[in-house]
Every structure is written in structure tokens, then in C-alpha cells.
Design a protein around this ligand. Structure first.
Ligand code: GAL
Length: 843
């Protein structure tokens, strides 16, 4: 296997971004893909010692093996004798050094989630209740302390640094590893992280062999303990970068850009950290300029001479000014790029690029939320970070696809619940204009929690998408004096690191005191109906619905069936603490002082199975979309009222009710047209006025055929929707989200499979068994169908459809060379005419 990691440039060059568009990488993080080839060439030709920084995305070439949390002999001897930490460099595990036979280890790429590969496991009876709960929380994946054989994973990778890198600063940037990981280089424990969510850096220069020897990276990752009550995955599930920089360099998170709009444009202040890896003092010049989206220089700070102490760090402050800046907003997410260069003896020895945006954000107790002075309602989604087929190992392109699906629904903001978001997601939000509430995992003040908060802020504060820091969620101490004090300390840390943003905390009670006094914007989880009375008591405090709705539904199902864990998708079903979409949105829409609301959730997610916390419910039913991102009916409720200028009618249920002829079927229309007329088989059942922020209902005696809704504005037909009684499943259709893809790990094709009748109508009840074959340099990395009770494997080549739909996620396999080619994915099923889609992967 010749897989080797890819080298990439650190940040987006605006020209690269344009190239990405030209290549048709719609929606994909241009941060990585187009640069790969160019950067490889640079790698091949540039003498390492003289080159500016080199950055590799360590996505390929990893080896993986399960360890064991209870049996040292199955855990590569980790901790086998008393001397584990006695002599640094003499690590007791042979798996941590280069000279080790890894031939029995599997080949994996990163991002990687080993939990998603585990079989779904119903709790063995009799199971202790807490063990069963932990398994249910994980979506019936047997991971945690009770399952030591599934809970530790080891990774190995040969690092592409060495010889020419002597004297350089070399480090690894992990964006998120679940969890408790130890990072070894050549047998030295170089670093690690307890947190499964906060990004971290590991300096490795001291442990490398510069004399031509191999440089071996190894990780032991221990997911025995959880940090949440939902599926959290396991392993190196976010991107990893390796950086080799000159001794005089900008360290990770070393740039901080702030802008303030003034009469003449925008004043841009730059706080920059420079570090010296060498043992001698270094005299350097710091040169910084700003480029606009087209790559034109629009500002330049006066050069600064800096003396760097041996092995020291120095912070500098500079100012510059941009005349007539274009502002960042959801409608126009304009980015600038700060170019930071470090010069020694007149030569550029290090260079970074920091994208940023210029915008003003306010939360007001009377006016709600404004961006650049304009009132905007936050129409938000909360999301965890897993997807069908791949668990938490989300390729960058899938992040982008999920953001796009949300934007189509009308979503303008996202709450990363309940943990810091992936940097890839933040980059995408910056570029697509999705606003973000960034949330830390732990609402406490112990050193670990403070450090995690700090890492979240330092890694994310240049992202214009981030509009609020959230310091907690439904904490037991939220309403108490202790809760106030803890949040006050977290807020103080936020302000010290980032005085430009406000803070919030998601609370489900106790809003009259406690943490609500410590944060700037009070967050209500549910109980939206209590906000008006609370607002009377606290008229000067900004407020937001940090969690709203929490309706539960099975996509495409229209009758409850408790025995089969099916929940109907009318906007009627929710747990006791929650409300319908229509109830909460009507309150928020009519109250200018409420900044907005974030529905729980945009997508169904694994684990926390609600409303049925028992096998085979392996997922939550909360999403406006299912776990594949297929729209449920509530998606269209929001789409109607969150994009009111786009006429819409959406009809439910489906119209396949054989055996129910003549019986009344509840028919709903979501939509935003002034009037909607319903017709059955061409006969009008009447025209009704659509209540603002509401929906319409009819009881329609069932007769097979065509149910049709026509939406009128000003008396003219503006939108329509139909449901046709479909016949038996006869054929398949498969469509891809794009035509062209990069062969990089960061890219992926999202395939939608539909089961159709002879006439080409979707069969809305079809659960046909499907088989997938791939020809050419591609492979399926995950399958799904959105059924929260499906316990079929996420991997492989077979999956049933669910209510007519299935999804496949396909990646290029030109891995060693990054080579592209034509890939054909064919989907077949017994008695069904098969279908295929052609994808083109470029290198
Ligand atoms: C909230 C919690 C979320 C999720 C949700 C379900 O209480 O913050 O994580 O559990 O309820 O409605």
C-alpha cells in the first residue's frame, strides 16, 4: 500500500477558491481540494530547509487496530509494567515505535469513526440499567466502559518529515479526536487531549529523527468514557494536519483579526503571535496585508521589526484600514484574507493566510438580532455531528452538503450542540453565510474545562460565521448562585480572548437568576411560551430560543405505530418539554425582541433515541430532516415561513392508502401562498386562506388518484404540489448532488436513490432491498435510509430503501496518487429495473 498523506497549503488562496468554482466543486471546502496537486509539486521541487511552511493534510495511509481497555495484552502492552512513564522515550507499547509489524492492522483514512463500524447491539438481558442506557445513548453501539474490547483504538502513520526539516518547528494539529488520546512520536509521548471535541496541537520537532530514520506517529484513543448523552463516535474523526515551519514562525492560532467599521471604512486590528523554535535570538520582520475576494491587496500594515528571544514568543499589535469594505452577511458572505509573512534577512520564511469577514452583530433586548444594522431573525438549527453511513467521520464535502440542505430550508444559523464545531464546518459556514453559535462542552471551571473553552475560542475567533459563544447547556446548577459564578468565570474568559462577541447559555429552567445573570443573551431551551412573561420581568436582557420545537417524526410516515416505533410526520408529535414547530415559531415570529430560535434538530442523529428509548430505535426522531438529510414534512413548514418570498406549497400525506377507500384521511398543506386550493382527481375541495405562520387541514375521503394543492398569490397560481397514488415498485432512479468530484478524501458524492413505479412516481411506502456496485476508482463509504429503527450495517453494498428512499456516499479511491477517473454506481433490487449514475473524479 503506497498511500501517503497529502500536502496542502495552509489556507485558502482566493485564486484557489476561484479555481475550485471553475472546477465545479460546488459547495466544497476550497481550503483543501484544488491545492493538493499544486502543493505536491511544490513539495517535490522546493528544498525543505529554505521553503516557507509546508502543511500536510494527514488523511491517507493510516493503519488502525482495536486495542483493549481492560486487557493489556490486547492493548499492545500499554501500561504493562510500572515504568510506563519512568523514562520518556521508552514507551512500553511496541505499537508506538517504528519497528513494529503492522501488517495485521487495517488501512483507514481520516476522518475515521470506528464506532460506526460496530454492529448494532441490543442490550443482552439481563443488562444492568446503566449499561443499557449507555448503549442506547450511543445508538446501540456497544462502546463505553462496559465494552472494553470495543472502546480503545490504535492508529499508526509514518510521517513525511525528517531530513531537511532539522531546525524547523514541526507540529500536528488535531481538530478533534474522540477521545482521551495519547499521541506518540518515535516512542515519546508528545501530547494528547482528554476532550473529544476541542482542537489541539502537538509539538513533535524534539522527537523526530533527522538522520534519515523513519518517523513514526502512533495514537492510542480511548472512548471508554462519554462526554454526552448522544452518539459521539470514536477515533480520529476530524482532520489532522502536519506543519513544518521555519524556526521563526506564526504558531497555531497565532493571528487574530478584528475589525471595526468607521466613517472611512473599516479599521482592522491585528494581534499576531510570533514564535522562535531556535535556541538563538532571531531578528525578523512581520509583514501583513489584506486581500479581497478577488486576490487584490486592499490594505497593508506597516512592517514591524521583531526581536524573538531564544525559544520565545512575542505578541505584536498592528493596525490597518480598509476603505469601503464589503460586509459579511448571510446574504453576501464576503471574505477577506489576511496574509501574514515572517521575513529573515529579507526573505519570506513563513507565511499564513487567515480568512476573515467584516460585520457588526448586535443582540438587543428590544430589537432582537441585527447584522450590519439590519434586523434579521435567527432561523436556526441545532445539530450534532453525525450522518448516516459515516457516523462522525464527516468528509468536508458532507459538511458542505448538510449546510446547503439547511440553507435551502431557510436556515441562516446553526448551533453546534453541545461541543465546539469542526474547523471544516466553520470554514464552510464562513463561505456560505451560515451564522454559528459555538458551544463549549463543559460548563465548569476546572483547568480542563477552561482549557477546552480557550482552545475553542482561539481556533474559532477569526471566523465571521461565529456570532455567539455558548458556555453551557441545561446544566444542573444553571439556576443557582454556583451556576452564576461558574458561567461568570467562563464568560470572563470568553471576553478576555474575544471582546468582540457576546455570550449565551442554553437553559431549560432558572432564567430569573443563576447563569442567566452571567451571560449576555439568555437562552431558552423550549418553553418558548414562557419567554413573553420572562421578558416583562427582564425587559433589558436580550433573549434567544437556544432550543425550540423538538417535534418527533418518522420521514414519510403518517400514522403512529408504537409497536413499530413509527411516529407520524404531521406537526403534532413532541415530548412533554417541547412544542410543535408552528407553536414556537409563531411566538418568535411575532416578538421582535426575541432574536430567533434554533430548532432541535436540523438532522436526525444517532443515539438518544427519542421518543422510543429502546431497541431497535437507534436514533432520535427530532430532525426536520432524517439522518440522510431527506426532508421530513416539517422541513417544508420552516421552508415556507423562513423563505417567505419564495412561493411554496407542500402537501402531506402520501396518497397510497389502499383498503381505506372512502375513509377520511387528514390532509395538510404547508406553504406561504395567500390561498390554497385542494383538488382530488381534478375536483376542487375548496380554496382556503393560509394563516400566517400556520398550515391548512382538510379531511379527504380517500380515493386513489391525484391529490393536488394549488397556491395562489393575488389570485394567480404561484406554486403547486401533487401526491399521486403510486403503483408497485418497478424501477430505480439514482441521482448525484454533482457531476464532478475531487479524488481527495475531503470530497464525497451524495447519491439519492428512489424507488419508482412503472410510471416514474416515487413509491412512498417502498422498502425494497437494494444492492450497490461500483466500477472505477470509487467506493461507497456509507449507506443510509433515514429509518431510525434500521439496524442494517452502515457499511457494505446492501441497504433497504425506507419509504421510497436510500442514500449512498461515494468517495474516490485514487488514494495513493490522488488519481481520478470515471466511476459508475449501479443500484439494483429484485424485480426492479436497476439504475446507474456516472461520476467523474478528478485528481
Ligand atoms: C435538550 C438537550 C438536548 C436534547 C434535547 C431533546 O434537553 O439540551 O441535548 O437532549 O433536549 O429534546
Amino acid at each position: 500500500m503506497t498511500d501517503s498523506p497529502q500536502i496542502v497549503r495552509p489556507r485558502i488562496l482566493t485564486t484557489d477558491r476561484r479555481k475550485a468554482m471553475a472546477l465545479g466543486v460546488a459547495g466544497l471546502a476550497a481550503t483543501t481540494l484544488p491545492q493538493v496537486a499544486a502543493a505536491r509539486a511544490e513539495e517535490a521541487t522546493a528544498p525543505a530547509s529554505a521553503s516557507p511552511r509546508r502543511t500536510w493534510l494527514l488523511d491517507r495511509g493510516w493503519r488502525f487496530h482495536m486495542g483493549h481497555a481492560a486487557d493489556m495484552t490486547k492493548d499492545f502492552d500499554w501500561g504493562i509494567n510500572q515504568r510506563t512513564y519512568a523514562k520518556p522515550g521508552l514507551v512500553t507499547s511496541p505499537a508506538a515505535v517504528a519497528d513494529f509489524d503492522e501488517s495485521a492492522w487495517s488501512h483507514v483514512s481520516v476522518p475515521h469513526d470506528w464506532a460506526v463500524d460496530l454492529p448494532f447491539a441490543p442490550p443482552a438481558a439481563p443488562a444492568p440499567e446503566d449499561k443499557a442506557d449507555a448503549v442506547a445513548a450511543h445508538g446501540f453501539k456497544a462502546i463505553g466502559r462496559a465494552f472494553p474490547e470495543n472502546s480503545v483504538g490504535w492508529y499508526r502513520l509514518r510521517l513525511p518529515v525528517g531530513g531537511g526539516d532539522k531546525g524547523r518547528a514541526i507540529w500536528l494539529e488535531f481538530d478533534g479526536v474522540f477521545r482521551a488520546c495519547k499521541v506518540f512520536v518515535n516512542g515519546f509521548e508528545a501530547g494528547g487531549s482528554e476532550s473529544g471535541y476541542a482542537p489541539f496541537k502537538v509539538d513533535i520537532a524534539d522527537f523526530l529523527d533527522y538522520e534519515g530514520g523513519p518517523n513514526q506517529l502512533a495514537l492510542r484513543v480511548d472512548a471508554s468514557l462519554g462526554e454526552g448523552w448522544f452518539y459521539e463516535g470514536a477515533g480520529i474523526y476530524r482532520n489532522v494536519h502536519l506543519v513544518s515551519a521555519d524556526a521563526a514562525h506564526v504558531p497555531q492560532w497565532g493571528t487574530c483579526v478584528r475589525s471595526e467599521i468607521d466613517a472611512a471604512g473599516a479599521r482592522v486590528s491585528l494581534a499576531t503571535t510570533l514564535a522562535n523554535h531556535s535556541e538563538g535570538a532571531l531578528a525578523v520582520t512581520l509583514r501583513q496585508s489584506v486581500r479581497d475576494d478577488a486576490g487584490r491587496e486592499v490594505a497593508r500594515a506597516a512592517d514591524r521589526q521583531v526581536e524573538l528571544a531564544p525559544l520565545g514568543r512575542t505578541e505584536t499589535a498592528q493596525d490597518t484600514h480598509i476603505a469601503a469594505p464589503q460586509l459579511w452577511s448571510p446574504a453576501s458572505p464576503v471574505l477577506y484574507t489576511l496574509i501574514t509573512e515572517v521575513l529573515r534577512d529579507g526573505a519570506v520564511v513563513d507565511r499564513t493566510e487567515t480568512p476573515f469577514g467584516i460585520r457588526t452583530v448586535t443582540f438587543d433586548a428590544v430589537k432582537g438580532f441585527t447584522i450590519n444594522g439590519q434586523n434579521v431573525k435567527l432561523m436556526g438549527v441545532c445539530n450534532h455531528q453525525d450522518h448516516a453511513g459515516v457516523g462522525t467521520a464527516i468528509p468536508d464535502a458532507l459538511h458542505a452538503w448538510r449546510v446547503d440542505r439547511s440553507i435551502e430550508m431557510g436556515v441562516n444559523s446553526w448551533r453546534s450542540a453541545h461541543n465546539p464545531a469542526a474547523q471544516a464546518l466553520l470554514d464552510i459556514c464562513d463561505r456560505k453565510g451560515m451564522m454559528m453559535i459555538a458551544e463549549t462542552r463543559l460548563n465548569t471551571t476546572n483547568p480542563e474545562a477552561m482549557d477546552e473553552l480557550e482552545r475553542m475560542i482561539l481556533s474559532s475567533r477569526n471566523h465571521p460565521s461565529v456570532i455567539l459563544w455558548s458556555v453551557g447547556n441545561e446544566e444542573g446548577h444553571q439556576g443557582s448562585e454556583r451556576g452564576r459564578r461558574i458561567s461568570a468565570e467562563l464568560v470572563a474568559r470568553c471576553k478576555a480572548l474575544d471582546p468582540t462577541r457576546l455570550t449565551t447559555q442554553a437553559m431549560d429552567t432558572g432564567w430569573d437568576g443563576g447563569a442567566a445573570e452571567a451571560v449576555d443573551v439568555v437562552g431558552f431551551n423550549y418553553r418558548t411560551d414562557k419567554i413573553p412573561a420572562w421578558h416583562q420581568r427582564h425587559p433589558n436582557k436580550p433573549v434567544i430560543g437556544t432550543e425550540t420545537g423538538s417535534t418527533v417524526s418518522t420521514r414519510g410516515a403518517y400514522e403512529n405505530d408504537a409497536a413499530r416505533h413509527i411516529v407520524k410526520a404531521y406537526d403534532t408529535e413532541h415530548p412533554w418539554w417541547a412544542s410543535t414547530a408552528e407553536e414556537w415559531w409563531t411566538i418568535v415570529a411575532n416578538a421582535p425582541y426575541i432574536a430567533g430560535g434554533f430548532i432541535w434538530t436540523g438532522f436526525d442523529y444517532r443515539g438518544e433515541p427519542t421518543p422510543y428509548p429502546a431497541f431497535p430505535s437507534v436514533a432520535s426522531y427530532f430532525g426536520a430532516m432524517d439522518s440522510c438529510g431527506f426532508a421530513k414534512d416539517n422541513y417544508y413548514y420552516y421552508r415556507a415561513w423562513w423563505r417567505p418570498d419564495q412561493p411554496l406549497v407542500h402537501l402531506l400525506p402520501h396518497w397510497n392508502w389502499a383498503g381505506r377507500e372512502g375513509q377520511p384521511i387528514p390532509v395538510w398543506a404547508h406553504g406561504n401562498c395567500e390561498e390554497i386550493e385542494l383538488l382530488l382527481n381534478g375536483k376542487s375541495l375548496g380554496r382556503k386562506a393560509m394563516p400566517r405562520n400556520g398550515h391548512l387541514e382538510w379531511q379527504v375521503p380517500y380515493a386513489p388518484g391525484k391529490l393536488e394543492a394549488r397556491g395562489y398569490n393575488g389570485g394567480r397560481l404561484a406554486a403547486q404540489d401533487t401526491r399521486v397514488t403510486a403503483g408497485a415498485p418497478a424501477k430505480l432512479r439514482v441521482t448525484a448532488d454533482r457531476k464532478r468530484y475531487s479524488a481527495a478524501i475531503a470530497d464525497a458524492a451524495m447519491l439519492r436513490v428512489e424507488v419508482l413505479d412503472k410510471a416514474g412516481n416515487l413509491v412512498p411506502t417502498a422498502d425494497s432491498a437494494l444492492n450497490f456496485t461500483v466500477s472505477g476508482p470509487g467506493k461507497i463509504i456509507g449507506l443510509g435510509n433515514g429509518n431510525p429503527t434500521s439496524t442494517e450495517p452502515d457499511k457494505g453494498a446492501a441497504r433497504k430503501a425506507f419509504n421510497g428512499l436510500a442514500q449512498a456516499i461515494v468517495q474516490g479511491t485514487g488514494q495513493s496518487s490522488g488519481a481520478g477517473g470515471a466511476v459508475r454506481v449501479t443500484v439494483s433490487g429484485a424485480g426492479l429495473a436497476s439504475a446507474a449514475v456516472d461520476l467523474s473524479f478528478y485528481s
